[in-house]
Design a protein around this ligand. Sequence first.
Ligand SMILES: Cc1cc2nc3c(=O)[nH]c(=O)nc-3n(C[C@H](O)[C@H](O)[C@H](O)COP(=O)(O)OP(=O)(O)OC[C@H]3O[C@@H](n4cnc5c(N)ncnc54)[C@H](O)[C@@H]3O)c2cc1C
Length: 370
Amino acid sequence: MNYDALIIGGGPVGNYLASLLAGKMSVAVVERKGAFGGKACTGIIGAENYESLGLPDKAILNAFKGAFFISKTKVFEIHRQVPQAYLVDRKVLERELAKRAIKRGADYYLATNFVGFKDGKAILQHLDSRFEIKAKYYVGADGVNSKVAQEIGAKTRGEVLRGWELEVLGNFRREWVEVWVNKDINPEFFFWVAPINEEEARIGTFGDVESLAKFLKVRRINPSNVLEIKSGAVVLGWRSPWVKDNVALVGDAALHIKPTTAGGIVFGSYCARALAKAILNGNLAEYEKNCSWVKEQVKFGLRIRKVFKSLTQKEIEEIFEVLGSEDARKLIIEKADFDDHVKTAKALLRNPRLLARLIRIAPIILRTLL
Ligand SMILES: Cc1cc2nc3c(=O)[nH]c(=O)nc-3n(C[C@H](O)[C@H](O)[C@H](O)COP(=O)(O)OP(=O)(O)OC[C@H]3O[C@@H](n4cnc5c(N)ncnc54)[C@H](O)[C@@H]3O)c2cc1C
């Protein structure tokens, strides 16, 4: 079998890419699983980018207009008139994107595992039979443990984190996400509480599972009200190269992941757009250049992550005091962007009063972010 493009991995990014290429060239997607969805992923996606990427409305479960930021001793809130982020159903998201691609002419091979490349062809395994596909371009959209990345000899420099996600029953304010920062419970990451509706929410963190159990106590969620438990990994850092000969990596496979939140759907989808353009122009060399926005975000996000890791809980309490002040909240409401953390941080750090207070608490901010 021959195609112009073979995409390995039918997750959100692979399916999005397939939907962009199908109809303009012959495209196939191979997906190891027999069904879409199932991955541990809260599904919080910046609303503005969700719209501008043209992701399917059908997958949206909830829309958040506000967030509570909660430390050990402080709370502040940020609220806007329009939704800032959506909570999506991953299975519906992946399936709708695949449907879009299929309607435009893409072929899907489910329950089909990519085994490796041989003589310029992809070797695939479906149940107990092996077959080959030859393509002009191959794309690894096969997630953080990418086999395609391994096959092209891509190197990884990054921090591996295990993520935990629960769906729980409780009482929630539907339009509000909660972000809890308590390093005494989890030194690795914050906790999030993302309501699906008034009585169900997705709760998660990255790090030790014990920390999540402790958080449930603090958040007063009865452990016997847990409806679902999922776990998965992310890698925060760099993987390179993204392109070797006629093979490219995209999405988690290329570590297009926001180091501050570990969200990967927006960055991966933007890079899928850049990759689609490069493939359609017949020039993979354009791809990395067209992804410069994501590169800048990852680079800066890794610096924010370094600052976060170095802070003590006492310093976090002091930073919450500053960020919860009228000045800072006004600035965040006016300027902060859910996905563009470079823009958000610049807005805060360009305010001389806020900057002076933040640097006094944690001089690492001066060394690392400016
Ligand atoms: C706990 C947790 C919470 C998260 N929450 C969010 C969030 O709220 N928002 C957000 O944006 N991101 C979140 N993420 C990250 C997000 O899940 C990823 O960034 C996103 O799934 C990346 O999509 P992808 O298509 O690149 O890769 P994946 O979703 O990993 O898809 C890769 C696909 O490739 C398939 N595959 C793998 N190997 C092969 C093979 N050899 N042959 C064939 N197929 C193969 C897999 O089965 C899979 O379907 C979270 C991650 C975790 C772990």
